[in-house]
Design a protein around this ligand. Structure first.
Ligand code: HEM
Length: 389
């Protein structure tokens, strides 16, 4: 039996192996390189042993009342149940479908307006930015019944701009804090005694953080991949023309027939999972994993990004698995599929000057595309279809 879990040799006083995770490359890639060297299960020392706590949760998360960061227990169970039933269940999503549909219509209409503003019925558009605003508005409307208009977004330093910036920074910092989690100055997690107000604010905040960016990032990566594989983009368009035609817009009920589009989304989530690493787990008892003895209290993370790319240990789980898996799966797949379908059906999409899209990844929790995606758009359906949205 293999009992000693392999670990990198260079462990520094106090911080252990933390230094191996710093730098410009994404953490999932660094961990993947280590997996190639040490095997599918390896151990890292990240600071000294501590009770479970999370820097991001303490500093930014209403003193750890964010349920997504809470340990398994009554608090997590109650809030997760409420979020699932009140917001993300199929029944609820059906009831509030007008929100995602009308936001999609605004979005397509805006893009149509932009595409016609250029010479020759086509224009350069930073499509990733427009996507962020669109997914942000869906979330805001679902959570607090509010949206921001395109003109408000356009103002420098406007409320949505500042909010958007704060969200981006929070997601980035959450990504960074995950690593600092084990450092000794962190306090014990105390999830008792939160007021109702704090719980509402913390839950709204985590849903805004997890919900918006993951979706816009996924659609941005999907478009980037398609632009770099024009034959696949063409085949997706042909599928839409065959299954839906060009006389009406694609609808949610068409998605089940768009197998090629579904495969594109699936492959995008394989290559660019917006949750590349799972949340931190802690062994509640001594156990054995992959033939190694793992003692109670050991913390474990799973590198989904690596599992998606490793032919020897392949697993596909962009939404993770088990009781902590993503509760937003149904909702997000609805939005990602339909938005991608509408974009492909409604526009000819090209890169600027025929250049390949750069696929550089940014740091932060959601594996964002580092540089914004700029494209040239031109409408491909009758003008009445856009004007009637
Ligand atoms: C393409 C879109 C999305 C992907 C790929 C994704 C993926 C993930 C992953 C990998 C996790 C971590 C699970 C773990 O630790 O094992 C997670 C957790 C979570 N996701 Fe998502 N997610 C997406 C969209 C959303 C949306 C739209 C929402 C809500 C509106 C959401 C809410 C959450 C929450 C609250 C958790 C924490 C769950 C818990 O701790 O119980 N996600 N997601």
């Amino acid at each position: 039996m293999k009992n000693r879990i392999p670990e990198p040799s260079v462990s520094l006083p106090l911080i252990g192996h933390l230094h191996l995770l710093s730098g410009k490359e994404t953490v999932c890639k660094k961990l993947a390189t280590m997996a190639d060297k040490y095997g599918p299960l390896f151990s890292l020392k990240l600071g000294t042993r501590n009770p479970p706590s999370f820097g991001g949760g303490r500093h930014m998360g209403y003193n750890n009342s964010i349920f997504a960061l809470a340990p398994y227990g009554e608090y997590w169970r109650n809030i997760r149940k409420m979020v699932t039933i009140e917001l993300l269940s199929s029944h609820r999503l059906e009831k509030i479908k007008h929100i995602r549909f009308s936001e999609m219509d605004y979005y397509i209409k805006d893009l149509y307006g932009l595409s016609r503003s250029g010479a020759g019925n086509c224009a350069k558009v930073t499509i990733s930015e427009a996507l962020e605003q669109f997914t942000f508005n869906i979330n805001l409307r679902m959570l607090v019944g509010k949206r921001f208009s395109g003109s408000t977004y356009a103002e420098v330093n406007s409320e949505p701009r500042r909010y958007e910036k704060a969200i981006k920074q929070a997601i980035y910092l959450f990504g960074i804090f995950v690593l600092a989690d084990a450092l000794p100055y962190l306090e014990c997690m105390d999830i008792q005694g939160h007021t109702r107000d704090t719980i509402v604010k913390a839950t709204t905040m985590i849903l805004t953080l997890t919900g918006g960016e993951s979706t816009s990032v996924t659609i941005t990566w999907a478009l980037s991949l398609l632009l770099n594989h024009p034959n696949v983009l063409k085949a997706a368009q042909e599928e839409l023309d065959r299954q839906v035609g060009t006389e009406r817009w694609v609808e949610e009920s068409d998605i089940k027939n768009l197998k090629y589009l579904q495969a594109i989304v699936k492959e995008t989530l394989r290559l660019y999972p917006p949750g590349p690493i799972t949340g931190i787990r802690e062994a509640t008892q001594d156990c054995r994993i992959a033939g190694y003895d793992v003692s109670k209290g050991t913390r474990l993370i799973v590198n989904l990004w690596k599992l998606h790319r490793d032919p020897r240990n392949f697993e596909y789980m962009p939404f993770s698995s088990g009781r902590r898996s993503c509760p937003g799966i149904t909702f997000r797949l609805q939005v990602v599929h339909l938005t991608a379908a509408k974009l492909i059906q409604g526009f000819e999409i090209r890169t600027i000057d025929g250049m390949a899209v750069d696929m550089e990844e940014g740091l932060g929790l959601a594996l964002p595309k580092l540089n914004p995606l700029e494209v040239v758009l031109s409408p491909r359906l009758r003008s009445e279809l856009y004007e009637g949205l």
